[in-house]
Design a protein around this ligand. Sequence first.
Ligand SMILES: [Zn+2]
Length: 283
Amino acid sequence: MRVVLLGTAASGGFPRWNCACVRCDAARDGKLPARGPECAAVTGNSRDWWLLNASPDIRAQLTAAPALWPGPRHTPVRGVLLTDAEPDHVSGLAVLRDAARLKTYAAPPVLAALAPARAGLDRHAPWEWADSLTEGGFVLAGGLVVTAHPVPGKPPAYVPGRSSDRRWVTVYRIEDLATGRVLVYAPRVSAWSGLLEDLVADADGVVLDGTHFAADETGDTGRHLPVSGPTGSLTALARHPGVRRIYTHLADSNPLLDPTTTARAQISEAGAEVLPDGTEFAL
Ligand SMILES: [Zn+2]
């Protein structure tokens, strides 16, 4: 299985267009590596690629990833697996609108929230829309078998009213049928759980929500599991030293964006990684 990290920043990318914080300024000055909104791609056979989320920067992200360039006749991108309905995860679908027969998987409330956008996209080129939570999972072209697992999370702000649906956010387990290798893609996680513990224990690699290094980094607490602290993800990941552990979805408040920080040294020492956009790795 090959994986490309197309984007590794939280909502808005890094630098954010309307932010003049120290780190965003440093990224604008070229002193820290810029990052696009979180998004990745995966393949089991190097011919059929599947996007994990579709960021608003997807055009630039695909242009920067030679493995995903179109061949003489068509694109190797077969479809998209959405983890949720957040604008930074779905707005890239509009960029992909002229590709025929793309197949997009998402949980039922996400598909419902996207109904108006889907109607518009289907008028450009008919797509297939599928329930990611279908019983027993699903098989992707290229020999990947996928199961989606709901984790606690709220609907995006553009969805009106209150929702009692508990399937707004999902984590994907992707297994290469030929090799048995497993990737867990979990860019949005609000708490560690028995489910995550089991998924990671059984995986060869995990790409995990690293939005905030510390719980009190911003006023926005509770939406994302912090990296550090006694209940942080780094402590949980330490129980799985044999698994490749990569953080993504980094907010501009996160010191992990700066390779010279003690935060970065701390995760390296623990065996976890922060990688630049465009990084490809094999599992
Ligand atoms: Zn900033």
